[in-house]
Write a protein that binds this ligand. Structure first.
Ligand code: AMP
Ligand code: MG
Length: 349
C-alpha cells in the first residue's frame, strides 16, 4: 500500500448516499425507501425488492430494519437509556461481580477492544466522562447553550477514570473499574450496519440496498440497472458539496469521521467531537475527514475514529493491518488514500 498526496482540493466530509433510484425500467425490482431518526442521526433506507414482493411487504422489511436500529439503541448501545446493556454495565462499574451481556454483543465488544489495542488507545470507548465534559454533541445539536471550555484540571480528573486496558471482558462477562463509563458513539452506527446486513441476508426478497446510519453506510446486492452504488463523500469545508464519490458494486461498509460533523467554534477555533484519549482534547492530527471502506461495519466505524485521532501516517498503517481501505482529507484539503481505494474513488468534477 502506498499513500500519496493529490492536488490541493476542497476538503471532504461525511459519507452520504447521493444516488439510489437507479433505473427500474425493463426490470421488475421495486424501490422502497424510508427515513427515520434514531441514534441521534438520520437513517436513510433505499431498498430494492423482487417484483413479486408487494409494496406493503417491502415496506415491512424497511420497518424491520428500523425496529432493529431502535432495539440496538434502546436495549444495547445508548448510555442515556436505562434500558440498555451499556447503561447497566456503566451502573455496575466498581461493584463486585461481572455483568453478563448478550453473546453477539460480547463478540462486538471484543473487536472494539482489539482495535483500541491495535491503535495504541486512539479508539477508546472508556472516555465517556471526557466526552461528557466537552458535551460537543449536545452543544452542536443546540440541546445546550453557552459553551464553556472545560477546565484543564477537570479534563485531567476525567481522564483518570479512562483506559480500555482496565476493562475486564471474559466471554460475555464484563466489568469496569469504579468511576469508568463506556460510550459507544464511535462504533454504534457501524455496528448497526453490520447487524442490518445480517437481517437483509435473511430476506431473499431484497435484491439490493443502500442504507445510511449517520456517517456509516451499507451497500448490499445490486441496483436493477446493474450500475454501481454511488456514495458521496462530503467536502469538510463545504458540507453541502462532495469531494468525491465511491462507486461500489455489491456489499460494502463505509464509515466517515469528520471534524465538520459536530463542533462548536470559540474565538475562531473549532472544537469538534472526536477526542484524543491521550490528551482529553479534540484530536488535532491535521485530518479533517477519514473514510474507511471494508467488509465489516463495526470495524470501518472503529477505524474511522481511530484514524482521525492518529492522523494520516499512523492511520494508514493501522488500516493496512486490517486490510481495509482509507481516504484521508487533511486540513489543507489534500487527499491521501490507500492503493485499493483508488479503484473505487472518483473525484468530484
Ligand atoms: P465517530 O463520528 O464515529 O468518529 O464517533 C465520534 C463519537 O465517538 C463522539 O461523538 C464520542 O461520543 C465518541 N468518541 C470521541 N472520541 C473518541 C475516541 N477517541 N474513542 C472512542 N470514542 C470516541
Ligand atoms: Mg467511528
Amino acid at each position: 500500500m502506498k499513500s500519496f498526496q493529490r492536488k490541493k482540493y476542497l476538503p471532504a466530509l461525511i459519507v452520504c448516499v447521493c444516488l439510489l433510484s437507479g433505473c427500474t425500467k425493463g426490470t421488475s425490482a421495486k424501490p422502497i425507501s424510508r427515513t427515520d431518526t434514531a441514534m441521534g442521526t438520520i437513517i436513510q433506507q433505499n431498498l430494492y425488492v423482487t417484483g413479486q414482493t408487494s409494496q406493503e411487504d417491502g415496506q415491512s422489511i424497511a420497518a424491520d430494519v428500523s425496529a432493529l436500529i431502535g432495539h440496538l439503541e434502546s436495549d444495547i448501545l445508548s448510555w442515556r437509556l436505562e434500558t440498555s446493556q451499556i447503561c447497566r454495565v456503566n451502573e455496575n462499574a466498581g461493584k463486585p461481580g461481572k455483568t453478563e451481556i448478550p453473546e453477539e454483543f460480547a463478540q462486538e465488544m471484543k473487536l472494539i477492544f482489539e482495535v483500541s489495542e491495535a491503535s495504541g488507545g486512539a479508539l477508546d470507548v472508556t472516555i465517556a466522562d471526557v466526552v461528557r465534559l466537552w458535551d460537543i454533541d449536545e452543544y452542536a445539536a443546540g440541546e445546550k447553550a453557552d459553551f464553556q471550555l472545560p477546565q484543564q484540571e477537570a479534563i485531567k480528573k476525567a481522564l483518570e477514570d479512562t483506559g480500555f486496558e482496565r476493562v475486564t471482558l471474559e466471554g460475555n462477562l464484563i466489568s469496569l473499574p469504579v468511576g469508568m463509563k463506556l460510550d459507544l458513539g464511535a462504533v454504534g452506527k457501524g455496528l448497526a450496519c453490520g447487524r442490518i446486513e445480517k437481517l437483509l441476508k435473511e430476506r431473499p426478497e431484497v435484491t439490493g440496498a443502500v442504507i445510511s446510519v449517520g456517517g456509516s453506510v451499507l451497500t448490499y446486492g445490486e441496483k436493477p440497472d446493474k450500475t454501481p452504488w454511488k456514495v458521496g463523500i462530503l467536502n469538510p469545508d463545504q458540507p453541502g458539496s462532495y469531494a468525491g464519490y465511491l462507486n461500489l458494486s455489491g456489499q460494502w461498509f463505509i464509515s466517515t469521521s469528520g471534524d465538520y460533523e459536530r463542533y462548536v467554534e470559540v474565538d475562531g477555533k473549532r472544537y469538534h467531537h472526536i477526542i484524543d484519549p491521550s490528551t482529553g482534547y479534540p484530536a488535532d492530527s491535521g485530518v479533517s475527514s477519514v473514510t474507511i471502506l471494508g467488509n465489516d461495519g463495526l470495524l470501518t466505524d472503529a477505524l474511522s475514529t481511530a484514524c482521525f485521532v492518529l492522523g494520516v501516517e499512523d492511520g494508514l498503517k493501522l488500516v493496512q493491518e486490517y486490510e481495509m481501505m482509507a481516504l484521508f482529507i487533511d486540513q489543507e484539503g489534500n487527499l491521501f488514500m490507500t492503493d485499493g481505494m483508488e479503484k473505487y474513488f472518483q473525484e468530484a468534477e
